[in-house]
Ligand binder design. Structure first.
Ligand SMILES: [Zn+2]
Length: 224
């Protein structure tokens, strides 16, 4: 399957699994000196490979369509982070709800470490599609593979489309649990030391590449 076809299939799966609704999200993979990204405002089920937009390293668009309005976020992450080859942005219900608190998801559950640290940050609010929003997201992703976006949604990165989708689903699951814990009086948080132990365990799990393990948090969870 070509990269463009993989992108379309994963975009359709993003809606099928409930991470995204309609055309609000967007998806990309690293390509040459830039990225391939879903176009703006087109239903994923109607996409053809030529509808996928190539945005090169100089921010020029190639193809008959305009890229998603959030192409800056994708472009800036690929330029700054060599550890990521796929990016998913969506408005999953529980992440979007928590993001309206403008607060990080704290260490309320050990699987929070799957995003790479002691919490999952929430990037400050800025208008969708703006350079300011991209700057905020890049900062919130420092040392992390995912973050919330205040009053907006979620970003997840990965080594490939599959791992980005898996991490996005995991973060949405965590947001659902945290939402529930907040609703019944608020969670008791894990300590720095307890989270350090989880991060160390994730980093040394199995013989596989550390970041692949982090991106495949479900397998870590099941293996325990
Ligand atoms: Zn959005």
């Amino acid at each position: 399957m070509t990269e463009r076809r993989q992108l379309i299939e994963t975009a359709i799966e993003m809606n099928r699994c409930g991470i995204n609704q309609g055309t609000s999200g967007n998806l990309s993979i690293r390509h040459e000196d830039g990225l391939l990204i879903t176009p703006s405002g087109m239903p994923y089920s109607r996409l053809e490979p030529d509808d996928i937009v190539f945005v090169d390293g100089q921010r020029e668009f190639h193809g008959p369509r305009l890229p998603s309005s959030e192409w800056r976020i994708h472009h800036d992450i690929y330029q700054a982070r060599t550890d990521c080859s796929a990016i998913l942005h969506a408005h999953p219900t529980d992440c979007a709800a928590l993001a309206c608190l403008q607060e990080p998801i704290p260490a309320f559950h050990y699987m929070v470490a799957v995003a790479g640290g002691h919490d999952i940050r929430c990037a400050p609010y800025a208008t969708f599609g703006s350079q300011a929003l991209s700057n905020h997201v890049l900062e919130a992703l420092t040392g992390r593979q995912a973050c919330l976006m205040a009053n907006h949604g979620q970003i997840a990165t990965g080594f490939n489309l599959e791992s980005a989708l898996k991490l996005s689903e995991l973060v949405e699951e965590l947001a659902h649990w945290h939402w529930g814990a907040l609703a019944i009086g608020g969670p008791k948080l894990l300590s720095q030391k307890q989270m350090d132990e989880v991060l160390t365990a994730f980093a040394t799990y199995g013989q596989q590449d550390k970041r692949k393990d982090l991106a495949a948090g479900n397998r870590l969870d099941e293996a325990q």
